[in-house]
Design a protein around this ligand. Structure first.
Ligand code: IMP
Length: 191
């Protein structure tokens, strides 16, 4: 079975991908290949950060691999927090603080359109490819629901009367940015 590294240590993401791939491929996480470094994400685009992580693994460990990067892009904020979504409220702040800041910055703003965008960079041998997944939606005026993570309680996907945090994991995966990007990667890899 072919080995492919997913450049993450996020157990949730690894489970998600392994359940899509089944027995067709052996998906390894960073820890599985002995990589315990925190790969610096220094680019100012999602595409750049995904490539940095994938190239790091290829160069240092030699494996074919893929890496993802995600951002929440809010129209009324000129696309922010975007590539800085994880640290919107500053380094060391948690999702709660990020969401509070987002709601404060959108206070009184009527246009609440937003999207989650995931970019995946794949490196096979010397070939680099990118895949993208987008879900359009809007930012609510207050958090709702307890599921998921990150900005899920304040993001309502278009066509659903509930936030990501109010949807079960399968329903979220079916429409989510990461689900879509992962499926397009898997369609390419598995045919
Ligand atoms: P990452 O690139 O997947 O680590 O995502 C960067 C940041 O975007 C995370 O720290 C979260 O704040 C946010 N994010 C990514 N995916 C999701 C999601 O599915 N729901 C809510 N927030 C997310």
């Amino acid at each position: 079975m072919r080995d492919l590294v997913f450049a993450t240590n996020n157990a949730h993401k690894l489970d998600e991908v392994r359940s899509i791939v089944g027995h067709r491929m052996n998906i390894l996480g960073l820890r599985d290949i002995g990589c315990n470094e925190d790969i610096p994400e220094t680019a100012d685009t999602l595409e750049g950060n995904a490539l940095i992580k994938a190239r790091y693994v290829k160069e240092h460990y030699g494996y074919d691999c893929f890496a993802d990067d995600t951002g929440l892009e809010v129209d009324a904020l000129g696309g922010a927090p975007g590539v800085y979504s994880a640290r919107y409220a500053g380094p060391g702040h948690d999702s709660e603080a990020n969401m509070r800041l987002l709601l404060a910055n959108l206070d009184g703003i009527v246009d609440r359109r937003a999207r989650f965008r995931t970019v995946i960079a794949l490196i096979e041998g010397s070939e680099e490819r990118q895949f993208e997944g987008i879900v359009e939606g809007s930012i609510t005026t207050e958090p709702g629901g307890v599921g998921g993570f990150g900005y899920d309680p304040v993001f309502m996907p278009e066509g659903f009367g509930m936030t990501f945090a109010e949807m079960d994991a399968d329903a979220k995966n079916a429409v989510s940015h990461r689900g879509r990007a992962m499926r397009s990667l898997m369609e390419y890899l598995l045919g």
